[in-house]
Unconditional design. Structure first.
Length: 405
């Protein structure tokens, strides 16, 4: 019966979500020695989660003991799936019978662990690229979760020892090469006075900062060298969300130098955009300096298990048959969270005094808000910028946005 068994990470993940624990928190708890037992290594836990290795029997028992100490009763055998057992059901569990005091679903907030779920393959690919000093073009539609993925990956990369800079093409970095380098190096604000040599004069005792693209690139390169020396050769990691804004305003000369730093493995780079970089540059009338340099990684719908884990956060505030209604949202993280939020609120409000179904109220609000998002995506300005409405779980968009059940 034990031959071919595999670790049931989905079951463990549901318990961790229940406790509000990350992998780091689980590892920290194992080192507290309450209950007594061996400590767990966070990196090994990540490998187990990503399917890169199977846990030892002692590791599974230690996890079971730690959960039991928190009131979560689960046998070590429950954390395995055996060949003669059916695959674990993605049904939404109920947590301790306790109703959450506040709505746990916020479709407009950046999701970080333990709220962040799924995307294990994307996180694994981002880690491999960072360790190799490679670049990644992260592609995905509006609201698909690129920003949450970048923030989660940045947090995890710091835990792995990387120096991380999380930037945005909608922030001051879009002003050009100088603002970009300032944001990376954490320099003081730019002095508006510029000498003929291309460097700021600065106030007395204040170091001059280069203004030309080449000088700024040299400054960035020096910073990268220092970071690699202090991090055992790990390249610094630059994560740029909404990269279209930066690429459209930055001088081509600086981007060529940035390409050179990437080629020499002096940094690792992630550009998050809604369209491919060749498409972005086609609108700019230029050729991308990063052609054939960045690995394309497209973010699409959530995995089925991740969607179930997302809904599990508010299971105590939902009715047992509510999960069936989430088919209207597919596995798109924004729509799924939006519908869950409205349904949770409807349940909290209680029965409709007119005898209506709370789910009908929730679905009506969801349709209105979803329709607004579709109108935004399909507007002439949005489509001109390459923003097309995404499919919802493979369904036709009109079913979710404009029709009634």
């Amino acid at each position: 019966m034990t031959d071919g068994k595999r670790f049931n990470w989905a079951a463990l993940d549901r318990h961790l979500i229940e406790l509000g624990w990350s992998l780091q928190r689980l590892a920290d708890a194992s080192r507290s020695n309450t209950p007594a037992g061996p400590s767990l290594n966070e990196r090994n836990l990540r490998k187990i989660r990503d399917g890169e290795q199977q846990p030892r029997v002692g590791t599974v028992k230690r996890i079971s003991d730690l959960l039991a100490a928190q009131g979560v009763q689960v046998r070590a055998d429950d954390l395995w799936v055996f060949p003669d057992q059916p695959s674990p059901s993605p049904a939404v569990p109920t947590f301790n019978g306790n109703r959450p005091a506040t709505n746990p679903f916020d479709p407009w907030a950046i999701a970080l662990p333990p709220v962040f779920v799924g995307r294990t393959g994307a996180l694994r690919d981002l880690e491999w690229a960072a360790r190799d000093g490679r670049g990644v073009s992260l592609l995905g539609e509006w609201r698909i979760g690129k920003t949450s993925l970048l923030h989660t990956w940045g947090q995890r990369a710091q835990e792995l020892g990387f120096v991380v800079r999380l930037l945005s093409g909608q922030g001051r970095e879009r002003q050009g090469h100088q603002a970009f380098v300032d944001a990376v190096v954490d320099a003081v604000s730019a002095d508006p006075r510029t000498a003929a040599t291309g460097a700021t004069t600065g106030a007395a005792g204040e170091p001059a900062r280069p203004q030309s693209p080449d000088a700024a690139a040299d400054r960035l390169g020096n910073w990268c060298s220092v970071q690699q020396q202090t991090r055992d050769g790990l390249p610094p990691l630059l994560l740029l969300d909404e990269a279209e804004g930066f690429l459209g305003h930055c001088e081509p000369g600086f981007l060529e130098r940035l390409r050179g730093l990437l080629t020499k493995r002096r940094l690792a780079l992630v550009f998050a955009t809604r369209r491919t970089l060749p498409e972005v540059y086609a609108d700019l009338g230029r050729v991308s300096p990063f052609a054939n340099m960045l690995e394309a990684l497209r973010i699409e719908l959530l995995e089925p298990g991740a969607a179930a884990a997302l809904l599990a956060r508010g299971a105590a505030g939902l009715a047992p048959d509510d999960p069936a209604w989430f088919d209207w949202a597919g596995r798109h993280p924004f729509y799924l969270t939006l519908l869950a939020r409205r349904l949770f609120n409807a349940r909290a409000d209680g029965a409709d005094p007119d005898g209506g179904d709370p789910r009908a109220r929730a679905l009506a609000r969801f349709r209105d808000e979803a329709a607004q998002q579709f109108a935004l995506w399909w507007s002439p300005s949005a489509t001109a910028n390459g923003c097309a409405a995404p499919p919802l779980g493979g369904r036709r968009p009109t079913r979710t946005a404009a029709t009634t059940p």
